[in-house]
Design a binder for this molecule. Structure first.
Ligand SMILES: CC(C)(COP(=O)(O)OP(=O)(O)OC[C@H]1O[C@@H](n2cnc3c(N)ncnc32)[C@H](O)[C@@H]1OP(=O)(O)O)[C@@H](O)C(=O)NCCC(=O)NCCS
Length: 163
């Protein structure tokens, strides 16, 4: 059975573990090893995660299969009624079993309660699997963007779903 809960600061080690198991493998054929290391350290180590939760108002949801954490999502308000899905990761062993959809549906329920009309996200243009997943669950391309980040670029689509 799948369940989810809103994460607190105490859950950061669980999120770090899920990210460690799912993030690097996702991007190994998409971006350079240097960029993987840079982005991972900047977004998925303890202090950045704490900052996102405590200072930037990001809500994290952790999905559990029985009692095992298997994925997480994070979101925040970015416009009047626009929310951004910042992160969505399911560990490789349990991908393709409906957990990604379950987490996005949970995020949609949470943000709708807060008055959302649009859910937006960035996905790497070369992350074909994630793009196919988002197509399947009803997101559409809103824009293409190339965002400088340190010595690197994020070559992303911005996708949106009207709620
Ligand atoms: C992308 C990701 C979150 C999807 O989660 P998931 O649990 O594997 O996907 P689900 O099983 O919930 O799939 C939901 C639907 O999308 C479809 N889908 C999933 N992956 C797909 C793919 N690669 N190609 C085509 N369709 C796909 C499924 O068939 C399913 O369709 P259905 O509900 O109509 O049967 C997950 O694979 C993941 O964590 N990937 C690595 C990290 C990543 O890229 N995150 C996104 C960063 S922006």
């Amino acid at each position: 059975m799948l369940t989810y809960k809103k994460a607190s600061l105490n859950d950061i080690p669980i999120i770090m573990d899920l990210a460690e198991r799912s993030w690097k493998v996702t991007y190994k054929d998409i971006i350079s090893a240097e960029q993987i290391e840079y982005m991972f350290n900047n977004s998925y180590s303890y202090d950045p995660l704490k900052n996102q939760m405590a200072e930037q108002g990001h809500t994290f949801l952790i999905a559990y299969e029985e009692e095992n954490p298997v994925g997480f999502a994070s979101f925040s308000l970015i416009g009047k009624t626009t929310f951004k899905l910042h992160k969505l990761y399911v560990v490789p062993e349990t991908q393709g079993k409906g957990i990604g959809r379950y987490l996005v549906e949970a995020v949609i329920r949470e943000v709708k309660r807060l008055g959302a009309s649009i859910l937006e996200l960035n996905v790497n243009r070369y992350n074909a699997k994630a793009k196919a997943f988002y197509d399947r669950i009803g997101f559409e391309v809103y824009k293409e963007v190339d965002i400088p980040l340190g010595d690197f670029f994020l070559n992303d689509y911005i996708l949106r779903k009207k709620l």
